[in-house]
Design a binder for this molecule. Structure first.
Ligand code: DP6
Length: 349
């Protein structure tokens, strides 16, 4: 027999960024972060996990290619979920697995991203969140979403925020073991549904410096990071929570853009410096800044993760349509900028 569970998880985009770990093994961050989870179906990972007595060892395929599970973060997530597995009884298939049987059973995991892996579109976030969720379902784990988020965190920090929809905060926590470093939902997906997220895929190439390596170098060398984590982010988190609560787009956009820019400033302050954005990214920032300035109030917020792709959040659908027009005018299909497509990360317009 084979027992199977399939789950789909969208990625999330941080509006107050996580950058820097205080514990690399447990993935404990140096500051809180806040993100918005995309609507299901857009940028997401689909994962099928299966268990069978015929499987001789744990195996995993990512986008059709088998990957090694040896000693990595996948193993950690698998081990954590397995240790919480409960009895499973599938009456229809006549399958009964007792809690104690799980240690002797192996799983096969097949995961697909519907967007470029490791191109700075937070693929690891959707990936680990989906893995933990699917394994939790398969093994009938009783933990709630927040507790599951603390497991997904150990796969990839940003993954803990994809266990929830809407606006999500990853609380950095104080405990050395990381028990209080988990995600909580600030507002559900209906709270501010006028917002439209547009992602401009500037490059779908794999990023040159992985988040993990980049963060390590930043923690070791950047003084600006210490200032950011201690002085700037704690105040910004409070303001961002208030902006989200009040659906205050002006504050939301200002905080989002400033935080993205400070994150990239911290990357530049790292030795050796890390460049995630390129000329096209900078042109997109100028376009949005000029537009916001000419309107008197922000219409669009931008944010960039560990890659050149732009994530833009428009205040409503009308603005999103205008934004697309402006982008297409500035970067016509045959322009020299290597901007190849726009992905609507939210409801289509
Ligand atoms: C820039 O979660 O990919 O997207 O914990 O090392 O796996 P690891 O890093 P990861 O870093 C994401 C960094 C970011 C900002 C964010 O999502 O908050």
């Amino acid at each position: 027999w084979v027992l199977m569970v399939t789950a789909q998880t969208p990625t999330n985009i941080a509006v107050i960024k996580y950058w820097g770990k205080r514990d690399e093994k447990l993935i404990l961050p140096v500051n809180d972060s806040i993100s918005v989870t995309l609507d299901p179906g857009h940028l997401c990972t689909t994962t099928t996990v299966s268990v069978s007595p015929a499987f001789t060892h744990d195996r995993m395929w990512l986008n059709g290619q088998e990957i090694s599970l040896a000693g990595g973060r996948f193993q950690t997530c698998l081990r954590e979920i397995r240790s919480r597995a409960c009895d499973v009884h599938d009456k229809e298939k006549g399958i009964k697995i007792n809690k104690k049987d799980w240690d002797g059973l192996h799983v096969h995991i097949a995961s697909f991203n519907n967007f470029p892996t490791a191109a700075g579109l937070a693929s690891s976030a959707a990936g680990f969140a989906c893995l933990v969720f699917a394994l939790g379902k398969l093994m009938n784990v009783k933990e709630d979403q927040s507790q599951l988020s603390a497991i997904a965190r150990q796969g990839s920090g940003s993954a803990c925020r994809s266990l929830y929809g809407g606006f999500v905060k990853w609380i950095m926590g104080k405990d050395d073991k990381g028990t209080d470093s988990l995600a909580v939902q600030l507002a559900d997906e209906k709270h501010w549904d006028e917002l439209v997220i547009i992602i401009a895929v500037v490059s779908s190439r794999q990023k040159e410096t992985s988040s993990t390596t980049g963060m390590r170098d930043t923690v070791e060398t950047s003084l600006l990071l210490q200032h950011r984590a201690k002085e700037v982010v704690p105040k910004r988190i409070l303001k961002m929570e208030e902006a989200i609560r009040n659906r205050d787009f002006t504050s939301f956009a200002q905080l989002t853009c400033t935080d993205s820019n400070q994150f990239h400033a911290v990357c530049l302050d790292t030795c050796p410096p890390i460049f995630y954005m390129n000329d096209t990214s900078h042109r997109i920032i100028s376009l949005v800044e000029k537009w916001n300035c000419s309107e008197g109030t922000p219409q669009v917020a931008y944010t960039f993760d560990a890659g050149p792709n732009a994530v833009m959040i428009a205040r409503d659908r009308k603005t999103a349509t205008l934004l697309l027009q402006k982008l297409l005018y500035t970067f016509p299909p045959n322009s020299d900028a290597d901007l190849n497509s726009f992905v609507l990360g939210d409801k289509s317009i």
